[in-house]
Design a protein around this ligand. Structure first.
Ligand SMILES: *Cc1c(COP(=O)(O)O)cnc(C)c1O
Length: 371
């Protein structure tokens, strides 16, 4: 290619970059299939929408949009710290936990020298941001039942490994390792490697205490936990996530990130969402109840259903219908679910838990297609 004609050439990591594959949008499908009602069970969003208190505060805050937010969002940082009972000096908030993932890679790993490890498949942002940063990304396959082969995982790590990413509960399977296992991994990794446990879905777990290392943070100097307002707090579109990090890393992240990555409205909404206990408890109740109902009904229809502790379930359709075909037939009926081709799991679909009504309609649609 003649760079004189095309202008400046991007870095190879940028020009060969293939972007994150999101779920389809409701408007796209309405238009494409001429449907008036479309139910989206594809992106693990909150089935109850925006917390009412956040919506109220958002309406009242629109007039603040001309102001810059306070840099580093100290009020939100303190509120998050209070919510988890950790020191505010450990918290770094960002434009979704995606931003925290990206910053951790760029802050810890030297391009061309260090590496980052994860399971395969995993949340694609780990791989995409490592590649873009010019950092080697190593993976080892999950066990066939989607549990975690820790010995193989630890064998990936060497003295140049700076981050080990683990998603718990895992996306897309819903599998959730025990806190004891994670504690052993934190101790077995090289001291120079940060164990990042991405707990985007931990709220939905039946027994958080048995699975999260958050209450034992002080025991592990190389442990970071990621959480988000996108799922249980119903604010995916506003983009707020955070890391609970070793103090020196929280400090570096808040110094290097772009000054206003959490915007004024997002900060106000997140503060209100933390206070809306009723919405939060109702979300957990609806998700846990819906998860059980969907799993039982789909098993009854002959699906293989992976046990899940998240706000979605991963399923394999019964013999006679391929996942891709079922996905297409569901779209025609106005249901968007998540095909898992981009995760290398062509035979599976991921279904986000909806409202009780959405779940019932979804099961009816599956019965019509399969029955
Ligand atoms: C949804 C999700 C997140 C959250 O991303 P945000 O940027 O906070 O919206 C993080 N990790 C995993 C594994 C997820 O599925």
């Amino acid at each position: 290619m003649n760079s004189r004609n095309n202008g400046p050439e991007p870095r190879a990591a940028a020009s060969s970059f293939s972007p994150y594959v999101p779920g389809l949008s409701i408007d796209e499908i309405k238009e494409q299939y001429g449907l008036s009602r479309v139910i989206k069970l594809a992106s693990n969003e909150n089935p109850l929408g925006v917390p009412p208190r956040a919506l109220e505060v958002l309406k009242g805050s629109l007039g603040l949009s001309f102001r810059y937010p306070q840099s580093g969002v100290p009020r939100l940082t303190r509120a998050i710290a209070g919510h988890h009972g950790v020191a505010a000096t450990r918290v770094a908030a960002g434009n979704g936990s995606d931003e925290i993932i990206d910053l951790l890679i760029r802050v810890l790993a030297e391009p061309g020298r260090h590496n980052v490890i994860a399971f395969k498949p995993c949340f694609s942002i780990y791989r995409l941001q490592a590649r873009l940063a010019g950092v080697e990304f190593r993976q080892t396959p999950l066990n066939p039942d989607f549990s975690f082969p820790w010995a193989k995982f630890l064998a990936l790590a060497d003295e140049n490994t700076k981050i080990a990413f683990v998603t718990s509960p895992d996306n897309p399977s819903g599998y959730c390792p025990s806190a004891q296992e994670l504690a052993r991994v934190a101790c077995s990794l090289p001291a120079s490697c940060l164990l990042v446990v991405d707990e985007a879905y931990m709220d939905f777990c039946d027994e958080e205490g048995a699975h999260s290392l958050l209450p034992r943070l002080e025991e592990f100097p190389n442990l970071a936990i990621l959480r988000t307002f996108s799922k249980s707090f119903g604010l995916a579109g506003l983009r707020v996530g955070y890391g609970i990090l070793p103090e020196h890393l929280a400090d570096v992240l808040t110094r290097v990130h772009l000054p206003f990555s959490v915007n004024v409205l997002a900060e106000q909404a997140a503060l209100a969402a933390l206070e809306d206990r009723h919405f939060y408890e109702e979300t957990l109740r609806i998700v846990r109840q819906g998860r059980k109902l969907l799993a039982d009904k789909m098993q009854g229809l002959g699906f293989e259903v992976m046990p899940s502790q998240a706000n979605f379930i991963m399923v394999r359709p019964p013999a006679g219908i391929a996942a891709a075909e079922l996905f297409e037939r569901l779209l025609q009926k106005g249901f968007i679910v998540r095909p898992l081709k981009s995760y290398g799991l062509d035979e599976y679909l991921r279904i986000s838990i909806g409202t009780p009504e959405e779940n019932d309609l979804f099961i009816e649609a599956c019965e019509e297609i399969i029955g």
